[in-house]
Design a protein around this ligand. Structure first.
Ligand code: DAH
Length: 345
C-alpha cells in the first residue's frame, strides 16, 4: 500500500469538500470517500493481508485520513445547512408593506341603520320594546283601535286577508292593544318596530310592505305636552338640533285629539322649496292622545289614565335622511345602492 496514494486521496477528498456548494454535493463527496464501497474502505480491508510491520503504520494512516475527511465533511455540512436555510428564508420573506387582498365587506342596509338609531333614541328615553304578530286578527288590527266594521278608515288601509278574520297587519297600532292587554291596567312606555302591509301599488313612494315604529305611553296625567316634548327630542336627535316640529290637527279613529307631525324641511330650512312643496315642512308621522274608547276596550279607566301614541314609517325617515328617491331601492339589495351606505353603518 502506497503511503503517497493514501495522502493523495486525502488531499483530493479535502479539496472536493471545500469546493462543495450544496449539502447535496457534499453528501455525494461523503458517499465517494466514506461509504463501504469507497477506496478508503477497500484499503482498510487490505490491512489484514499486509506484512505485520506495515499493519500498524498503515492502519494509523488510514484512520487519520478517515478522521480528517469525516471532520471536514461535518464542519462543511453545518456551514452549508446554515447557508441553505438563510437562502430559503430570504426567498420566503413576506413583504408586510404590500396592500392586502380586499375581502369585499358588505354594508348595512340604510333601513336597519335608521331603525337601530330610532330604537336607540327611544330606549334612551326609557321606552321598552314590545312585539306583536304580523298576521293579525281583525279584532286587534281594527276593532280594539276604535275602527268598527264598515268604518271608512278601513278603506284607506285595505290589505291582504288570510281569511274573514285574519289579515296581514296594516299598521303596528294593534301592538298598542296587545300591550294594554298584557299590562292589565298598569302604566306603559313602549315602542314596537315591525313590518306592516297594505294593498298599495308599488311606486317610488309606496310599497306593499313597509315598516313602522309604534309608540305608546299610558300613565296618570299624560297630556299632549308630553307627546310634543317626546317627539321633539326624537326629531332633534334623529335630524339635528336645528329641526323644529309642528303639530297639525288630523284624524285617526284611535286618538283624540289626533295630530300629524311635520319637521322643518332640511333642504330649505323651513323657507319653502320644491321638496316641501313650498310649505317649509315635511310630514313624518301620525300621533295623538289615546282615545278614551281605546283605553276602555283594552282595560284602562279613561277617568284615571290617559296616554299618547304615535306611529312613524321607518323607510320614510330613511328616505328623508339619505335623500333616497325611490323606496323600492331599500328592498332590492342592489350592491351599487347599498355600498353608498358603507360609511354610515
Ligand atoms: N297607525 C297609523 C297609520 O298607520 C299611524 C298612527 C297614527 C299611529 C296615530 C298612532 C297614532 O299610534 O296615534 O297610518
Amino acid at each position: 500500500m502506497e503511503k503517497g496514494t493514501v495522502l493523495l486521496l486525502e488531499k483530493t477528498a479535502l479539496k472536493q469538500i471545500e469546493e462543495a456548494k450544496s449539502t447535496e454535493a457534499l453528501n455525494n463527496v461523503k458517499n465517494t470517500y466514506l461509504s463501504k464501497k469507497s477506496e478508503l474502505s477497500t484499503l482498510t480491508s487490505q490491512i489484514g493481508s499486509l506484512p505485520v510491520e506495515q499493519k500498524k503504520e498503515c492502519g494509523q494512516l488510514i484512520n487519520s485520513v478517515r478522521q480528517a475527511i469525516t471532520q471536514a465533511i461535518e464542519e462543511k455540512m453545518v456551514l452549508l445547512k446554515n447557508q441553505e436555510l438563510e437562502e430559503k428564508l430570504e426567498k420566503e420573506t413576506i413583504d408586510i408593506s404590500l396592500p392586502g387582498k380586499d375581502s369585499n365587506l358588505g354594508s348595512r342596509n340604510p333601513f336597519y341603520v335608521i331603525q337601530d338609531e330610532m330604537v336607540e333614541i327611544f330606549l334612551g328615553m326609557g321606552f321598552e320594546i314590545a312585539d306583536g304578530p304580523e298576521v293579525e286578527t281583525d279584532l286587534f288590527n281594527f276593532e280594539l283601535l276604535n275602527i268598527p266594521k264598515d268604518h271608512p278608515a278601513r278603506d284607506m288601509q285595505d290589505t291582504f286577508y288570510i281569511n274573514e278574520n285574519e289579515l296581514l297587519r296594516t299598521h303596528t297600532s294593534p301592538v298598542q292593544a296587545r300591550a294594554m292587554k298584557a299590562k292589565k291596567g298598569s302604566p306603559i312606555r313602549m315602542i314596537c318596530p315591525g313590518k306592516t302591509y297594505r294593498r298599495d301599488n308599488d311606486d317610488a313612494t309606496h310599497s306593499h310592505q313597509f315598516a313602522q315604529i309604534e309608540g305608546l305611553v299610558i300613565d296618570k296625567d299624560i297630556n299632549l305636552g308630553h307627546l310634543k316634548a317626546t317627539l321633539e327630542l326624537f326629531v332633534k336627535k334623529m335630524f339635528g338640533e336645528k329641526r323644529e316640529i309642528r303639530l297639525r290637527s288630523s284624524y285617526f279613529p284611535f286618538t283624540e285629539p289626533s295630530v300629524e307631525v311635520d319637521i322643518t324641511c332640511a333642504n330649505c330650512n323651513g323657507k319653502g322649496c320644491a321638496m316641501c312643496k313650498g310649505t317649509g315642512f315635511i310630514e313624518i308621522l301620525g300621533a295623538g292622545m289615546v282615545h278614551p274608547n281605546v283605553l276602555k276596550m283594552n282595560g284602562y279607566d279613561p277617568n284615571q289614565y290617559s296616554g299618547f301614541a304615535f306611529g312613524v314609517g321607518i323607510e320614510r325617515l330613511a328616505i328623508l335622511r339619505y335623500d333616497i328617491d325611490d323606496i323600492r331601492k331599500i328592498y332590492q339589495n342592489d350592491v351599487r345602492f347599498l355600498q353608498q351606505f358603507k360609511k354610515v353603518s
